[in-house]
Design a protein around this ligand. Structure first.
Ligand code: HEM
Length: 146
């Protein structure tokens, strides 16, 4: 029961997280309005909350319910998935700080630095790879046969 609950929450939060990231990527051009910055800062909060649910439920699936923790911990595919999630989080925090800083700016238009747009693209790339790794590691692909 707990396994089904955490697994479902993990997947629902991943869908919300992906939706927020896709919108952020589409909405962030070279120039954004003050209103855009405000909306993007709010979307960053949604990303943070769904990221917390993903991480919390993922940790419960890892250590508490379902398969034994070593099934995941010893699998390099799972380790790569966690590393990508951490890289993705770093990219999103970097962009979120920028949007939050410009939330209440007086300027009508804000120039978005290339590094911010690149960090969002990089996060998108990580998010595209994670489901493949998740699928593989949940089936034990990557574990040595013995
Ligand atoms: C954006 C980040 C993430 C996404 C998109 C994601 C996605 C997924 C998906 C799609 C599955 C189901 C795989 C399947 O059964 O075919 C899964 C399973 C799992 N995830 Fe994640 N995940 C993410 C982050 C994390 C994190 C940070 C952790 C650990 C702290 C984690 C731990 C797990 C575990 C342990 C399972 C295995 C559940 C099982 O064996 O049924 N995930 N994840």
């Amino acid at each position: 029961m707990a396994y089904v609950l955490f697994r479902s929450l993990h997947l629902i939060a991943a869908v919300v997280f992906a939706g927020a990231l896709i919108i952020k990527n589409l909405a962030t051009g070279r120039l954004i309005s003050q209103q855009d910055a405000n909306h993007l800062a709010r979307l960053s909060i949604l990303s943070l909350l769904s990221g917390l649910v993903i991480g919390g439920c993922g940790t419960a699936l890892w250590f508490w319910t379902g398969k034994p923790a070593t099934f995941y911990s010893e699998n390099p595919v799972f380790q790569i998935k966690i590393a990508l999630f951490l890289a993705l989080t770093g990219c999103l925090v970097y962009a979120a700080i920028f949007f939050n800083r410009h939330r209440k700016t007086q300027a009508a238009e804000i120039s978005v630095p290339t590094t911010i747009r690149l960090s969002l693209r990089c996060a998108m790339l990580c998010l595209t790879l994670i489901p493949f790794l998740a699928w593989a590691m949940a089936r034990g692909l990557g574990l040595s046969p013995n």
